[in-house]
Design a protein around this ligand. Structure first.
Ligand SMILES: *[C@@H]1O[C@H](CO)[C@@H](O)[C@H](O)[C@H]1NC(C)=O
Ligand SMILES: *[C@@H]1O[C@H](CO)[C@@H](O)[C@H](O)[C@H]1NC(C)=O
Ligand SMILES: *[C@@H]1O[C@H](CO)[C@@H](O)[C@H](O)[C@H]1NC(C)=O
Ligand SMILES: *[C@@H]1O[C@H](CO)[C@@H](O)[C@H](O)[C@H]1NC(C)=O
Length: 372
């Protein structure tokens, strides 16, 4: 049973001034929203214009620059997380990233080469951290591994479920997807229980984004104009996301009530992203439901035939989906994933306490580093 005021945890570990909020590591589980190079380590290689803004080359992120977990690591004074799957130059002393692009919570019943779903689903990612822990506990561990106490002191971040929600939406519709969403939320909760049993104590779970505002889904999913709200987002799909998020929160709380001394922060990134899509100009951006990198222009600049960075000959014409000149003005990078500038705004919101339940005022409790 736990009421998880992180304040109590930080205060109980000494004076308020010394070593505030020291998370020595982050272990991240997720999909493309938080992949820092895992997918493209397994299935090389990513190409431009991904990475153009910050890394100036493809860096394994599904964005023009940093993703939220990159900013989070920077804020906590940690290096960028090495993907667990990356065999060259990785350093796991401050955590590891198990996320891969196109990962699902549920075991996929299809192949990457058929439907584009990653084989590294949440259950596999859990196996990977168990393997990492076993290697850490070996008598002579390798030099790029953390000390054994890392597993109890780390921050565990979980941002996954979007592909479970969206990958079958077109084929089976909202009602079809709803049939297995309870399995998705309970699998996430069960994973947290497993991580707790491994020593994990502080969990940050990101809820599902308003996919009804994504240029890709606005282009691909069936809807009519009466299903669009005043911001141009699809009401039915966004309502289904909200229903799922309520269920996720309830399920997480049920599991948490069984875990002694665990802290769980449910991060409402849904609200943050919805606000960016609805009022981009209030946050220094210009475009909400229009992708920066795509083809076709128009309201969404998304072409399901040619994804960002790809070329395809259609009716004898060679079409390439290229990036806009000013990704800093967009919420959506490629129709599905957020731009670096949106990710930065999302992280700033996450670091304030406004979107965390219970309140998690990281910016007041921790000596946060600027995320410039
Ligand atoms: C698995 O595949 C079947 C048909 O091949 C499909 O009906 C079902 O929805 C799939 N399950 C998931 C979780 O994707
Ligand atoms: C528009 O879509 C909604 C929800 O899918 C449906 O209830 C309604 O009948 C549709 N209206 C038209 C004119 O097709
Ligand atoms: C999550 O669920 C808990 C327990 O039922 C509830 O107290 C809380 O208000 C919910 N939070 C959100 C953001 O829905
Ligand atoms: C199409 O254009 C792209 C980008 O200019 C180029 O890399 C690719 O080779 C072209 N493909 C064909 C079939 O001409």
């Amino acid at each position: 049973m736990s009421i998880f005021w992180l304040l109590l945890i930080f205060c109980s570990s000494g004076g308020l001034t010394d070593a505030k909020c020291k998370f020595p590591a982050i272990f991240n589980f997720g999909d493309s929203n938080s992949d820092t190079g895992g997918f493209w380590a397994a299935f090389p290689a990513q190409h431009g214009p991904f990475g153009m803004t910050y890394f100036k080359k493809p860096a394994g992120r599904a964005s023009d620059g940093r993703v939220v977990v990159d900013f989070l690591a920077q804020a906590l004074g940690l290096p960028f997380l090495s993907p667990y799957l990356n065999s060259i130059g990785s350093d796991f002393r401050h955590g590891a990233n198990f996320a891969t692009l196109a990962s699902t919570v549920l075991l996929p019943n299809t192949s990457l080469f058929v439907t584009g779903i990653s084989p590294f689903s949440l259950g596999i990612q859990l196996n990977q951290i168990k393997d990492l822990k076993a290697k850490v506990l070996e008598p002579k561990p390798y030099g790029n591994l953390p000390p054994p106490n890392i597993f109890s002191e780390a921050l565990y971040t979980i941002d996954i479920g979007q592909n479970d929600f969206t990958s079958n939406l077109k084929a089976i519709g909202i009602e079809g997807v709803k049939q297995y969403l309870p399995q998705v939320s309970s699998q996430i909760a069960w994973t947290i229980k497993e991580l707790y049993d491994m020593g994990g104590r502080t969990f940050m779970v990101f809820n599902l984004a308003p996919v009804g505002c994504f240029p890709a889904f606005l282009t691909e999913l069936p809807h009519n104009s009466s299903d669009l709200d005043e911001y141009g987002c699809m009401i039915s799909y966004n309502n289904a996301v909200v229903d799922y998020n309520i269920m996720l929160n309830e399920t997480l709380h049920q599991v948490l009530n069984m875990l002694q001394d665990a802290s769980m922060i449910y991060v409402d990134t849904h609200s943050v992203k919805l606000e960016l899509f609805r009022h981009p100009k209030d946050h220094g951006l210009l475009y909400g439901t229009k992708a920066c990198c795509g083809h076709g222009g128009g309201a969404y600049n998304f072409d399901p035939e040619v994804f960002c960075g790809n070329s395809k000959v259609i009716n004898g014409i060679n079409i390439t989906a290229t990036a806009c000149e000013d990704p800093q003005n967009y919420v959506s990078w490629d129709g599905i994933h957020a731009t670096e500038s949106a990710n930065k705004l999302i992280t700033s919101a996450v670091l304030s306490d406004s979107y965390s339940h219970p309140p998690f005022p990281l910016s007041r409790l921790c000596d946060l580093h600027p995320i410039g």
